[in-house]
Design a protein around this ligand. Structure first.
Ligand code: HEM
Length: 198
């Protein structure tokens, strides 16, 4: 039940955005609104995806793991929409300008790097890819999602001109999630060894 909910639920921000667009309710600069909204949703969805593993560990609800793929793919879908906004509205699909921007403007380079990571994770999200790559290599590759999150936060921080409260808060959340990911409770055998040693 939770998986279909994640699959359908990921569309909600996009549907709300389209509804506001149709009502002509995107303010004085709809293109900017679309770009900022899709970027923010991509990053927040990515962070939601990163909460699954710690949440599963805390609750021992193993089926939660099945939510990771649809949520991760939604993060990628919003990143694609965000990138498309940039390509069309900011650069009018001028390939030369786009390449120049990616190379010359650090916050675009960082955003593009995050996008390339999300692309590689989306392309290898199938069961076929796990079999082909082998579990160890696949897990190593998919650990790059944390790097994508870090680059996404850095890209956001770099792009804000005034109030950095939201990117700062997202950065803190990512930091906590990283801590939870790499913090392991000592298992029973370890605890017994520690007790007998003390
Ligand atoms: C494909 C490469 C990317 C490009 C070219 C790009 C470009 C941009 C641009 C031009 C802005 C607006 C900056 C401004 O108005 O001053 C922006 C903002 C933003 N981008 Fe990206 N971006 C990319 C990838 C990403 C990715 C992968 C994420 C998320 C994981 C992301 C999240 C954001 C966020 C959160 C904002 C700020 C939104 C706001 O101010 O409300 N971007 N990006």
């Amino acid at each position: 039940m939770a998986r279909p909910l994640a699959i359908v639920g990921g569309a909600v921000p996009g549907v709300l955005l389209v509804e506001r667009f149709l009502r002509d309710d995107l303010g004085a600069n709809p293109a900017e609104k679309l770009e900022h909204f899709t970027g923010t949703v991509a990053l927040v969805t990515l962070l939601v995806c990163l909460t699954i593993t710690p949440l599963r560990r805390l609750t021992h609800l193993n089926p939660l793991i099945r939510l990771r793929k649809p949520i991760g793919l939604w993060a990628f879908a919003y990143a694609c929409m965000h990138f498309s906004c940039y390509l069309v509205f900011d650069q009018s699909l001028d390939l030369h300008e786009i390449l120049h921007d990616i190379v010359k403007r650090p916050y675009i380079t960082v955003g593009f790097s995050a996008f390339l990571i999300l692309l590689s994770l989306a392309l290898t999200s199938s069961t076929w890819s796990i079999t082909k790559l082998g579990g160890r290599r696949w897990r190593g590759l998919h650990a790059l999602i944390y790097l994508a999150g870090g680059l996404g936060v850095a890209h956001y921080l770099w792009s804000v001109k005034r109030d950095a409260t939201v990117p700062d808060a997202l950065g803190m959340i990512l930091f906590v999630l990283l801590g939870l990911r790499f913090w392991r409770r000592p298992n029973v055998a370890q605890r017994q060894t520690n007790l007998s040693g003390s």
